[in-house]
Design a protein around this ligand. Sequence first.
Ligand code: AMP
Length: 503
Amino acid sequence: MTGNLLFDRLLAAGRPSGLAIETDTRRYAYADLDRESARLANALVGLGVRPGDRVAVQVEKSAVNLLLYLAAVRAGAVYLPLNTAYTLAELAYFIGDAEPALIVGDPVARAGVAGVAGIARVETLDAAGEGSLADLSSSQPDVFETRPRTEDDLAAICYTSGTTGRSKGAMLTHRALASNAATLVDLWRFTPADVLVHALPVYHVHGLFVATNVALMAGASMILQPKFEPGAVVAAMARATSLMGIPTFYTRLLAHPGLTREAVAGMRLFISGSAPLLAQTHHDWTERTGKPILERYGTTETGMNTSNPYDRERVAGTVGFPLPDVALRIVDEATGGDVPDGEIGVIEVKGPNVCAGYWRNPEKTAEAFRPDGYFITGDLGQRDARGYVSIVGRGKDLIITGGLNVYPKEVEAEIDALPGVVESAVIGLPHADFGEGVTAVVAVGAGSSANQLTESAVLEAIAPRLARFKQPKRVLFVTDLPRNAMGKVQKARLREDHRDLYR
Ligand code: AMP
């Protein structure tokens, strides 16, 4: 025991000789995780990282990336994962806001990152786990005096966009991450005998704090895959017991001929989250494999909030019950009072899983919490008579495409800045593969410049400004956007008008 709450819990159950991570090229036992993360932690300290400092990481997924996460936690630093798709313009904002002491980026991006790094040090790590940081750590001792960290200390900051402007950094404490993973290990019955197919990105809560933390805390092992590839996942299932995925994983696996009852014979658990799993997908999966998917619901700010039960009915189209240590209520947005079962309201949660607020943003923090401590998720939900919760919509018009969040406002701002554009509305439309396809409806007015604007011109102009997953799949042109009597753009109507665009 080191007195570092999260680190102690993460490595408590794994036997030193037990397999923790397997990649195509290397196997790490739990003892290796301890040693290798010690080397990296020594390197971080050597680079001047002190407890409380932010370590921003924008690198390709690899086992070393996970070791770096552990190392940052051991050094008492605040781990700040960033989506690899973020452009330099986006990165510059995160760096300015979080003021990291160190940025770890991909070697090919080094010069660009250095240009926006300000006073932060820049080191590199590539998909193979090589780079200047790996070089530095290789000569370091494999023991490290892990820095003590307690419940309220920050372990990570994860950025989540707001509807009205820039991303906010959710401050995740040692308590929040440790308690949520412990609850899930218990609820989902993870043990050292489990082998998790890990095909999720590790810059997001799902792949990092659900998949990785749960597997490690259980002393289980992970088959770490660089990205989701249906054939590779099907092949890995022969040696695995569990899979965590976004709905897109399940629809793509269903389209793969290798998905058979035999292929999943050794699998005990399929979990889905990050976006709504269509009831149809749930049914198709059960029919094909005989194993109903367990759907759960969470957010960046709160970790996991609800889960379908392990040993009772997993109801398609629902996200199950509040976790044992999470209080959940569904309230009338206007009055703040609880709505009766069956009625729709805003989901609010309270518990050890909830973040400590937004980084250096007391205003947004105050807006996100009720006076009695409940966090306002912004999701609209309802609870049935048996207590199962369903998510029925997103109050904030958030688009979820391939499991990643896109906040329309950010895309609209880029399009609106283009010459010839009067205004734009960015919406999510049903898309068989991505769940929702980002779609821009652009008002160009009736003038002559209107005709010069083309779909490809808009897409080309915003490509250097926005991560690829945020870029619209289609751009549609109109003379005016529809508005309600209060002057608000009617996005619901746009979604209705174009609902079959991708079908
Ligand atoms: P993120 O902060 O990226 O984890 O996204 C959180 C949002 O994803 C939530 O506020 C929900 O809107 C959505 N979400 C997560 N899980 C589910 C689910 N199982 N069903 C529907 N929406 C979900």
